[in-house]
Design a protein around this ligand. Structure first.
Ligand SMILES: Nc1ncnc2c1ncn2[C@@H]1O[C@H](COP(=O)(O)OP(=O)(O)OP(=O)(O)O)[C@@H](O)[C@H]1O
Ligand SMILES: [Mg+2]
Length: 483
């Protein structure tokens, strides 16, 4: 349990008062006892000397019997409980009263005061030397502790009352000066916590707490002002963000329009060439006057140009809707990357453009199947490998790798050619982007590849390789069906 401020301070004060008053109390009671004891001893000594002198005269002038009666007369009065008379040899010559308190022999002939503990309480023995030996007078004394008890009780009571009064005063002062103003401040702060907009600091009677209240009030007011400023900024940011979104949407729209424009231009260019050839050939045919062989040759050339257009249209369709590449719209069976690689190489190797290419194939054993079908895999690898051979001018190194990485199949097609030209890099995967001459390439290969790969949630990208050349990386998800 956590104690309150007031209780803690009062307990601390109580402990401090205890620590201060306890030694003071002991000092006072000890001092009183010692003073009493010293006064007693002084009076015992005086009485002892008087009796000693009296007895000393008597033992010279009177007979032993008269001395005895004199001693008898002294015992009992003024608290004297025994008197002993000793000769020059130190032996006891006469004694009266409580003899057991008297020494049998006096050793030294000097004045001495001894404290004794008799049957009836404490006693003081005063030894007074004289010309014929010594006189020992024993006086009963009361216990000093008991004697000083009323005084020490009084002191203790006074101290207790004083401590209580101090603690009470501290408790009430703390309540009035600190605890109540602090409670009022706490309540005001709780109101702010509960949603109040301003902290109404109550006036406190102490300067520090009053200043604290004023500062807290000023602080909430400043926070309020800052919050309002912040709100303004947030509104401003929201407005700017909305504008930005709009600008971005417009940019995307114009970029889309631009790519549609580029696509159309590319399409017009690619289809335009064979169409012009077709029209020219048809014009010649319509003019007539051709030999049957010439007519047949023209028709064959027209057929080739038409096939070229058909090829472009087919590729475009595949780029636009790769998932419908196969007309039988059943989901394609999972593809085998290793098999696709081998099949592609068997297709490529006999080709003249591949005669002088060095091919390096690295396939991790037992690769799982992927979501893209084997024929589509072959198409992708074929396109990438043909591009590599074109870039190397048919003379270079082609590295093909397949491995399992981070739960996906990673297929790398890398060559040591000149690398992708900077002017096409930004739009590399757009249709009709090519650096090849008219008729040599349509610029559809990479666009179709990316369409196929992204159609099954895979990725195709150009990545920086270790050496020069181009490094294309295909990442494909592993198929759930592994048969
Ligand atoms: N391995 C490569 N090294 C250097 N440049 C490349 C490489 N692969 C592609 N490119 C560049 O990317 C362009 C686009 O390639 P893409 O395969 O899309 O079309 P293409 O090969 O020009 O024509 P298509 O494949 O339609 O016959 C190429 O013209 C070439 O400039
Ligand atoms: Mg190509």
């Amino acid at each position: 349990m956590r104690l309150g401020l007031r209780v803690r301070i009062v307990v601390l004060l109580g402990a401090l008062l205890g620590l201060t008053f306890a030694p003071l109390y002991f000092a006072i009671s000890t001092y009183a006892q010692l003073s009493l004891q010293r006064a007693r001893e002084d009076s015992a000594r005086s009485l002892g000397r008087v009796i000693g002198a009296y007895v000393s005269v008597a033992r010279v002038e009177r007979s032993p019997v008269a001395l005895d009666s004199l001693l008898e007369a002294q015992v009992g009065g003024s608290g004297v409980s025994a008197i002993g008379v000793y000769g020059p040899d130190g032996l006891q010559q006469a004694a009266r009263g409580e003899r057991e308190l008297l020494p049998a022999r006096v050793v030294a002939a000097t004045e001495e005061l001894t404290r004794l503990q008799g049957e009836h309480g404490a006693a003081l023995a005063v030894r007074i030397p004289d010309a014929h030996g010594a006189v020992v007078t024993v006086l009963r004394v009361d216990d000093e502790v008991a004697q000083t008890a009323p005084l020490t009780r009084l002191v203790a009571g006074y101290m207790g009352l004083l401590a209580l009064a101090l603690l009470l005063a501290a408790y009430f002062a703390l309540t009035r000066l600190i605890v109540r103003p602090l409670d009022a401040l706490r309540l005001a702060a709780q109101r702010v916590e509960g949603g109040a907009r301003r902290l109404e600091a109550p006036r406190a009677s102490t300067r520090e707490l009053d200043e604290l209240g004023v500062s807290l009030q000023a602080m909430t007011e400043r926070l309020l002002a800052q919050e309002q400023a912040l709100r303004g900024q947030v509104t401003e940011i929201e407005r700017a963000t909305a504008e930005l979104h709009q600008a971005q949407a417009e940019l995307i729209r114009s970029e889309r329009l631009a790519s549609v424009g580029r696509l159309s231009a590319g399409l017009a260019h690619e289809v335009g060439n064979p169409l012009s050839a077709l029209i020219g050939l048809q014009d010649l045919l319509l003019l007539g006057g051709l030999s049957p062989e010439e007519e047949r040759d023209f028709l064959q050339r027209m057929r080739l140009e038409t096939e070229r257009i058909q090829g472009i249209v087919r590729d475009l369709l595949q780029f636009a809707r790769p998932e419908r590449g196969a007309p039988e719209s059943l989901p394609a069976p999972p593809g085998d990357v290793a098999a696709a690689l081998h099949e592609t190489l068997s297709l490529l190797k006999p080709q003249r453009s591949f005669q002088d290419m060095q091919i390096e194939l690295t396939v991790e054993p037992a690769l799982p199947r992927v979501v893209l079908g084997t024929p589509q895999l072959v198409q992708v690898i074929l396109n990438l490998a043909l591009n590599a051979a074109d870039a190397c001018g048919g003379r270079g190194q082609l590295r093909l790798q397949a491995r399992l990485a981070a739960g996906q199949i990673e297929l790398v097609v890398e060559d040591d050619g000149p690398g992708v030209a900077p002017e096409v890099r930004a739009r590399l995967f757009e249709p009709f982007v090519t650096t090849k001459e008219v008729g040599a390439g349509t610029g559809l290969g990479l666009a179709v590849c990316r369409g196929l790969v992204e159609g099954v949630a895979g990725t195709l990208s150009l990545e920086p390789g270790e050496a020069r050349g181009a490094r294309f990386v295909v990442r494909l998800p592993v198929s759930d069906a592994q048969s």
